[in-house]
Design a protein around this ligand. Structure first.
Ligand code: MTE
Ligand code: MOS
Length: 751
């Protein structure tokens, strides 16, 4: 089934925040962000801005009726700066004016005097200064110290990954309207409607039930609107609260890039030990996470880095330590993969280093160490592994030996172009690592004409979750998808939502839809049994037809629904689902945190131009564990998008802050993202159907985040191509591999 949004998307009729018709009297907000990254505010001069005719009012922290606090995990983030600023762009004042232009120009008239303090942008320096967001955490399995003693080969090194702009097509924004009895309705481009509601209630000092958050869809979130959509919604809410007027604020792209956090950059130390048969015996890793100026989601991102620090491999002795380091950058945050990719890059770097040291291909080590069913991850959960199946399928399906010999032939006959290839196995745990978040709700109504409406806590952001919700209801009721409508995500219909994140939205909300539909179905079947004078157990509904004892009855779905209504049967249901069997004890860092894992393997081939440093991704060919996909088209879109986003992170996307903490890559002219010319020339996806029972909705495994990690393969393929040109090149493991870096690498030397 195609994505239910495709029709209105193509016609430009889909409603995003900026498409909501404005109510008369709407005012417009703009935030004044600190021009310096760290310091004490000595003076804030609003007078010139306030004097503008179109300016209605300028708010500072003094206008906050409740708590000036929006920290989600740690209460360390004020909505508006009080006497200190901690990053360039940190909100200091909110201007509200009669037009967007006036609000923007008033912001330029605000003056500030700041006593500047030392700016730290490097996580390792922050860690040395003792500037940590939360205490460090260590995951341990076995005894690395002892294990290293028996290793035949030991390699050490440093690996770094940079941040990544979310670059959702729709920037952050919100629109708040005053409602009856001092309530506020807010349209927000958020992945977490309840986060917006809860924090707005705290900031305004009013109960949550007075705040209605409504989300039709996002023009992309990618994690950037899990926590970071909240402040913009509260700014609108704060102004609406005071002015009793509708207030809208959609960020300009450059405001968005400057003021919001990105994927957490990491700098890491690794040490890997192998025995003579290339089995990884021991792995030690220390992660220095660049968290930015406030915790935001960084401690949770850090946790997932630890969970995925051994990727798809079984390592019997692991010691992984992670520091969440406070720096003077905008608070970094969730981004597709949520720390997982950052952890996986490091072990892939360690394996590449070992392979180079031993003069073999990394794949020799990779394939020997793939985790098998029953083997334990460092956090105690035992794998139900598809890692070897995926790897072997890639080998046979894509004729890897032939690819290898073609690359060798190419490299022998070309001096200024070289090709490289890599294998990238992935393993990603599905569930929020915070156990309590693994719950969801759905509200299903069947109307008297037989049509159905569904509301859930899932937010549609392009990943097709609404299509999947609709499919669940259509399958349970066995009615046409045309009879079903999925509504906007709204906190008045669905309370206490978990954010749409962790790739878990379809599973959690889908199961809640399933539960609600099954309850209604049971009641409707009982009515059919009554009408047809048989037992409920012999009633079946198939394609809107009612069968009794396998015989089609003279009774349609629509008629049956009406009959149920006339008999005063409840045609509405609220379903609640909580993932069973998951637990984690963070005092010992052991448990069973994931409902299941998603596996896959990709091979990537690239061609580099050794004169110019440019490159192309020739092909990404992968085998992905879908369980049993419930929507192959939607899932294909997720794989394609994820792969390209991963390639962008690993190659051309480069975030640059200067020593003063100022973002230099602050526009699309200075921050390069993949376009149609940079997607792999070939992208082959094989749907591995895995038949064992899992906790996914209709056994269709979560697909939102895992494919991004295939992109890591491109980095290593490029590296291998460089080595083919210059075996002594000195390139280290510093992503992204921009063309500049690649060019320098080609002509560098370890000798
Ligand atoms: N796909 C699109 N088109 N747009 C997005 O913003 N976000 C990704 C992924 N795929 C995203 C996307 C992220 S970060 C997550 S966690 C999942 O979708 C969330 O949706 P799901 O739980 O329904 O998979
Ligand atoms: Mo996705 S990073 O969990 O929103």
């Amino acid at each position: 089934m195609r994505n239910i949004d495709s029709y209105t998307h193509t016609r430009g009729e889909s409603v995003y925040l900026d498409d909501i018709p404005l109510t008369a009297g709407t005012l417009f907000g703009a935030v004044y962000g600190s021009p310096v990254a760290h310091g004490k505010i000595l003076k804030l001069d609003l007078s010139e801005a306030e004097a503008m005719e179109e300016v209605v009012r300028i708010f500072t922290y003094r206008d906050i009726p409740g708590k000036n606090q929006i920290g989600g995990i740690v209460p360390d983030e004020p909505l508006l700066a009080e006497d200190e600023v901690h990053y360039n762009g940190m909100p200091v004042a909110l201007v509200v004016a009669t037009s967007v232009e006036a609000a923007q120009s008033a912001v330029k008239k605000i003056k500030i005097e700041v006593e500047q303090h030392t700016v730290v942008t490097d996580p390792r320096i922050a860690q040395k200064n003792g500037s940590l967001l939360v205490p460090p955490r260590t995951f341990k399995l076995g005894d690395t110290q002892k294990a290293f003693e028996s290793c035949a080969h030991i390699f050490e090194g440093i690996a770094e990954t940079n941040g990544q702009e979310h670059l959702y097509i729709e920037t952050q924004g919100a629109y708040a309207l005053p409602a009856e009895n001092a309530a506020i309705k807010v349209y927000s481009s958020t992945q977490g409607p309840t986060a917006v509601q809860r924090h707005m209630a705290d900031v305004l000092g009013i109960p949550m039930h007075r705040i209605e958050v409504d989300v039709t869809r996002l023009g992309g979130g990618f994690g950037g609107k899990e926590d970071q959509a909240t402040s913009w919604a509260i700014f609108c809410g704060l102004a609406t609260y005071h002015l009793k007027k509708p207030v809208k604020y959609c960020l300009h792209r450059m405001e968005d890039m400057r003021m919001t956090g990105k994927r957490n950059p990491y700098s890491s130390d690794f040490k890997i030990g192998l025995d003579k048969d290339l089995k990884i015996i021991a792995y030690e890793v220390t992660f220095f996470q660049n968290a930015g100026a406030a915790a935001d989601l960084s401690p949770a991102v850090l946790e997932r880095t630890l969970f995925h620090c051994t990727n798809s491999y079984f390592v019997p002795n692991v010691k992984a330590t992670a520091y969440s380091c406070r720096t003077n950058l905008p608070p970094n945050t969730a981004f597709r993969g949520f720390g997982g990719p950052q952890g996986m890059f490091v072990i892939e770097a360690a394996i590449a280093k070992a392979a180079e040291g031993l003069g073999i291909a990394a794949s020799e080590i990779q394939k020997k160490n793939l985790i098998q069913t029953g083997e334990e991850f460092s956090y105690g959960q035992k794998a139900e592994s598809e890692a070897i199946v995926c790897w072997e399928k890639v080998q046979s399906l894509y004729d890897v030996e032939k690819i290898k010999s073609e690359i060798n032939a190419f490299n022998t006959s070309n001096t200024l172009y070289k090709k490289g290839m890599s294998f990238m196995p992935i393993c990603f745990g599905i569930s929020f690592t915070k156990i309590l978040m693994n719950q969801a709700r759905a509200l299903v109504h069947v109307y008297t004409d037989g049509s159905v409406s569904i509301s859930t806590g899932a937010v549609e952001m392009g990943q097709g979750v609404n299509t999947k919700m609709l499919q669940v209801a259509a399958a349970i009721f066995s009615i046409s998808p045309n009879k079903i409508k999925v509504n906007s995500t709204n906190t008045y219909r669905i309370a206490n939502t978990s954010p749409t994140a962790a790739s878990a939205a379809a599973d959690l909300n889908g199961k809640a839809v399933q539960i609600a539909c099954e309850k209604i179905l049971e009641r409707i079947k009982a009515v059919a049994a009554e009408i047809l004078k048989c037992g409920s157990s012999v009633i079946e509904i198939n394609g809107e037809k009612i069968y009794a004892n396998k015989e089609v009855a003279d009774l349609s779905w629509d008629q049956l629904v009406m009959a149920a209504y006339l008999k005063r049967v409840n045609l509405s249901e609220h379903g609640h689902y909580a993932t069973p069997g998951i637990h984690f004890d963070n005092t010992i860092e052991k448990g069973h945190p994931f409902a299941y894992h998603v596996y896959g393997t990709a091979i990537t081939t690239v061609t580099i131009d050794c004169l110019r440093g440019t490159y192309e991704v020739d092909a990404v060919k992968l085998v992905h564990d879908f369980g049993t996909t419930m929507n192959a088209i939607v899932d294909k879109g997720q794989i394609e998008g994820g792969v390209v986003q991963g390639i962008g992170w690993m190659t051309m996307e480069e975030i640059v802050y200067d020593a003063e903490g100022r973002l230099r890559s602050n526009a699309l002219s200075t921050y390069k993202v993949p376009d149609i010319y940079s997607v792999p020339k070939e992208l082959n996806i094989h749907y591995l159907e895995t038949l064992n029972d899992n906790l996914a909705i209709f056994r269709s495994k979560a697909v939102g985040e895992p494919p991004l990690m295939y992109g890591i393969g491109t980095y290593f393929a490029l590296r291998n191509a460089i080595k083919a040109f210059n075996p002594n090149s000195n390139i280290g493991f510093f992503a992204p591999m921009t063309p500049e870096k690649l060019l320098m690498g080609l002509y560098s030397s370890t000798k």
